[in-house]
Design a binder for this molecule. Structure first.
Ligand code: ADP
Length: 436
């Protein structure tokens, strides 16, 4: 590079020296001779610029013009840069081709949406699953092609953390799961999966549990009835008293289990119930739960209640009763005699409201907390069973809360006690006229 610049400086010096020599030989005005030398230097630059410009104009496909000095370097650099760029372009085109081929071969539908949520590209599975019609649909807003209220709401809300499920527009009885993944500069990748089979299996599982529980109910009622009358029969020998008690308690346990299973499957299958016409008087419901819990605990635990009497809830009373009672009965179950349980129903500063049950019982180790609302998950199965637990209580609570647009918050530490809070959104809260 240095040599090139040196040559570039030496050339005008040479022209000036030549001009001086010619002036010495031919005489005249020295200034004119030097001006001639400078014109010759400028001319060279104009010629080189013209060569560069016509090479660029001709599409840069041919070899770059040959030159020396700084212009030679410029041509060479530009040529090398251009070759690098061409190679990168080729590599990128290959990656894009491979991406398209692989997504094209995927059994799941893939649609690329631009920032305005218009379709930029889709694979053949998307054509099959959603009935898109070739190039005609490129550039169309996706909501004008997938026209189901659930999907339109999903796109409008813009919460893409979970997939949305819709009925298949192509296959009667089919179900599709759609996930939207934002990427790049405001673009979206839409992934469509056929979940018909999964959905059918899930329905079969629910129906099986519901039917089996239902079928078990009548024999259990008969067994329970006979056991009760036999336990009152004085002709039954004394030696049978203890086994009869055990059989009765097991029968009660099975009945509770069957009832919980039936309730859970109803909560899973039925559409969320319309809120009762009148707002639910939560304080009243909690008082009933508290009385039952006091009876269950045999007065061995204190249960305090701090309730906002004027705060009602738009919801289904028997479902809320079931959720609240499961939480309060759990507090009784997992607190030693002499323990203290506090129930709170209050509006929060952020506008939501919380129903909380706190106890100073055995608490839960942090490692169990993520699983605690799963069906039949128990920290200590034998303690749960001996206390009459079914392992379904918190699963029922979770479903009831989901049906009331609410969440369950759990704070607990082993040996320190627990607090279970149901958080209800402001949209569900109602002021009650009658203040007790
Ligand atoms: P269960 O019928 O066994 O109580 P749940 O679904 O209601 O079933 O609760 C699941 C498990 O969570 C329980 O077995 C128990 O280990 C734990 N658990 C629930 N509530 C409490 C609580 N208040 N204190 C300590 N552990 C609890």
């Amino acid at each position: 590079m240095r040599a090139a610049w040196l040559a570039e400086f030496l050339l005008p010096a040479f022209w000036v020296a030549l001009a001086v020599l010619l002036w010495l030989i031919f005489g005249g005005v020295l200034g004119w001779w030097i001006a001639l030398a400078l014109v010759a230097t400028g001319l060279r630059h104009i010629i080189q610029m013209h060569r560069l410009e016509s090479w660029l104009r001709n599409g840069r496909r041919s070899q770059p013009p040959q030159s020396w000095g700084v212009w030679g370097e410029v041509f060479e650099h530009y040529y090398r840069m251009q070759r690098r760029y061409a190679k990168r372009k080729k590599r990128l085109a290959r990656v894009i081709r491979e991406f398209r081929e692989s997504t094209g071969a995927m059994p799941d539908g893939t649609i690329v949406l631009d920032a305005d949520r218009r379709i930029s590209w889709f694979n053949s599975a998307a054509v099959r699953l959603l009935g898109l019609a070739g190039n005609r649909d490129i550039g169309q807003p996706v909501t004008s092609l997938v026209r189901t209220p659930a999907f339109e709401r999903f796109m409008r809300d813009g919460d893409f953390s979970r997939p949305v499920e819709i009925d298949s527009p192509m296959d009667l009885g089919g179900r599709l799961s759609i996930r939207v993944v934002p990427y790049g500069r405001g673009q979206y990748l839409m992934l469509i999966r056929d979940v018909t089979r999964l959905q059918r299996l899930e329905n079969m599982r629910r129906d099986f549990v519901a039917n089996a529980s239902h079928e078990l109910r009548s024999p259990l009622t008969v067994l329970g009835g006979y056991l009760e009358s036999m336990s009152e029969d004085e002709e039954i020998p004394e030696i049978w008293a203890s086994p009869m008690d055990e059989m009765q308690s097991q029968c009660r346990r099975m009945t509770t289990l069957v009832n919980d299973l039936l309730e859970l499957s109803r909560l899973e299958t039925d559409a969320p119930g319309e809120p009762d016409e009148q707002p639910v008087e939560v304080a009243e419901v909690v008082r009933r739960v508290r009385n039952e819990a006091l009876a269950q605990s045999g007065g061995e635990r204190t249960i305090e209640a701090d309730l906002d009497e004027s705060l009602g809830l738009a919801g289904v009373e028997n479902e809320l009763y079931s959720a609240f009672s499961n939480l309060v009965f759990n507090a009784v179950r997992y607190t030693e005699p002499g323990g203290r349980i506090r129930i709170r129903w209050r509006r929060e500063p952020d506008g939501s409201a919380r129903f909380c049950v706190a106890d100073d019982g055995i608490g839960i180790d942090a490692k169990h907390l993520p699983f605690i609302t799963q069906r039949f998950y128990r920290v200590d199965p034998s303690r749960s069973r001996s206390q009459g637990g079914t392992g379904l209580g918190l699963a029922i609570v979770k479903h009831v809360l989901q049906r009331h647009d609410s969440r369950l918050r759990i704070h607990s530490e082993a040996g320190e006690g627990s607090e279970f809070c149901c958080v209800f959104p402001a949209s569900r809260l109602r002021s009650l006229k009658t203040v007790a």
